[in-house]
Unconditional design. Sequence first.
Length: 233
Amino acid sequence: MTTELRTACPALAFFDVDETVIAEKSMLDFWRHWSRLHPARVPPDGPEWWAEAAVPPDRETLNRRYYRRYAGVPLADLEAAGRLWYDGYRRGGAAFVRSALRAVATHRAAGREVVLVSGSMRPLLAPLADELEVSTVVCTELVVGADGVLTGEVHRPMIGAAKGEAVVRVMRERGADPRDCFAYGDHESDLAMLRAVGNPVVVGDSPVLNDEAERFGWSVASARRGPFGSEGT
């Protein structure tokens, strides 16, 4: 009887995005695009500020600092730029992580709902979600004024503990059993999300995540890059 009840429950597959589904950090790749598209809107310190993100001391602080750079920008402009950026990005020969594309297709074929969970922003994630036919995106939400202009603040960076809490919330809303759910991540900031489900998958070679995988018997997937549509190769 218990097995039948668990089988009847919905199951979900949660995916981090940057360096898990796409091969680059979307926020940084988009910043390069934005700087070329709107040079007058680039702060005086120029586009190289993001170099510190290679080894950030505090990802949540860095995340907030990043979004403050868009203060005063109409949301509609950012959404248009995000679509333009993704249209160019998706054409790259090494733009995606092959194992993740394959996993997304496998979960969808098995009837599992795929959910994207990311510290990136919706204007960058929406085009990817559309392409992957994903309807639920949990991300860092921008604060927008009544005039449709960004304030530069965010409601809460979707990083670390916030990811784990979001995954638990979505599973509860769907009535899903965590034991039947999957999560994919590449960085130690994804740990809370990975620990929230019964089937965590580490993507790539993060020492912290691979140690965790070895300790608890988690699956590990390759971070090999490829173009969109390369999941079958």
